[in-house]
Design a binder for this molecule. Structure first.
Ligand SMILES: [Zn+2]
Ligand SMILES: [Zn+2]
Length: 240
């Protein structure tokens, strides 16, 4: 009774606002109906391995896309993203990345929990975010992927660690370099500090946006070299 009263007062003083457009919401939540409509959530059918949306009508279980059938992409086990990276999802992610919108982290982690359901049912032992270089960490105040890892860990009860996979040298932000250069930009840019924490574990590698996949590939290879049993990739958004 008392708790309900407090809740009502808080809701009256701080009504829920859509995190994307700022509109006041009628009930508890993060996004207004219109924003939910506009964001391109990735839904089935999609490739069981890489998570790329598929056109197929007669989908059978664990269907693969042409790319995955041709190229085994052995550096990871499964890859999933919650939304397609486009103009509709961009501001949601950028707001989280560059401003203090930690409230956004709850929404994004909830989206990751849905997007990653195949990964969780295959089994996972540790959530590891893609590390930021410390100079960028200072500029942005916090590592958004580490914050996401913490939230997702709370929601799934899978432990997380953001101190063992680290950046060993400074790289340019991937958005500032062109396609081919992206691979060399991140080459040997990461290392595992404590191999014991990684050895034999099924790792979920977490990042915000995946474009060419060069960053997650480099991280996955480093984790595998450190003895990871498998690496799954989970990102908020991906380009298609
Ligand atoms: Zn909205
Ligand atoms: Zn695929």
């Amino acid at each position: 009774m008392f708790k309900k009263l407090i809740e009502n007062i808080i809701n009256f003083l701080f009504p829920y606002q859509c995190l994307r457009c700022g509109k006041i919401l009628n009930s508890a939540g993060y996004l207004c109906d219109q924003c939910i409509e506009e964001i391109s959530f990735i839904k089935p059918p999609y490739c069981y391995k890489c998570g790329h949306p598929l056109q197929e009508e007669n989908i059978h279980e664990k269907m693969l896309c042409a790319g995955c059938l041709k190229n085994k992409r052995t550096f990871y086990r499964l890859s999933r993203s919650a939304v397609i990276y486009d103009n509709s999802s961009k501001n949601l992610i950028l707001a989280f990345k560059f401003f203090d919108q930690t409230e956004n982290a709850n929404l994004l982690a909830a989206m990751l929990k849905i997007a990653g359901k195949d990964i969780f049912s295959e089994g996972a032992d540790l959530i590891v975010p893609v590390p930021l270089h410390y100079t960028r960490l200072i500029k942005r105040k916090y590592n958004q992927s580490a914050l996401l890892a913490q939230k997702l860990s709370e929601m799934t009860a899978i432990p997380h660690n953001n101190l063992t996979l680290i950046r060993s040298r400074k790289t340019k932000p991937q958005v500032e370099v062109s396609g081919k250069e992206r691979l060399t930009n991140v080459k040997n840019a990461f290392k595992v500090k404590n191999q014991k924490l990684i050895k034999g574990k099924r790792i979920i590698l977490l990042d915000d946006i995946m474009t060419t996949g060069s960053t997650v590939k480099e991280c996955a290879l480093v984790l595998k070299k450190a003895g990871a049993k498998s690496v799954d990739i989970l990102t908020i958004a991906r380009t298609v």
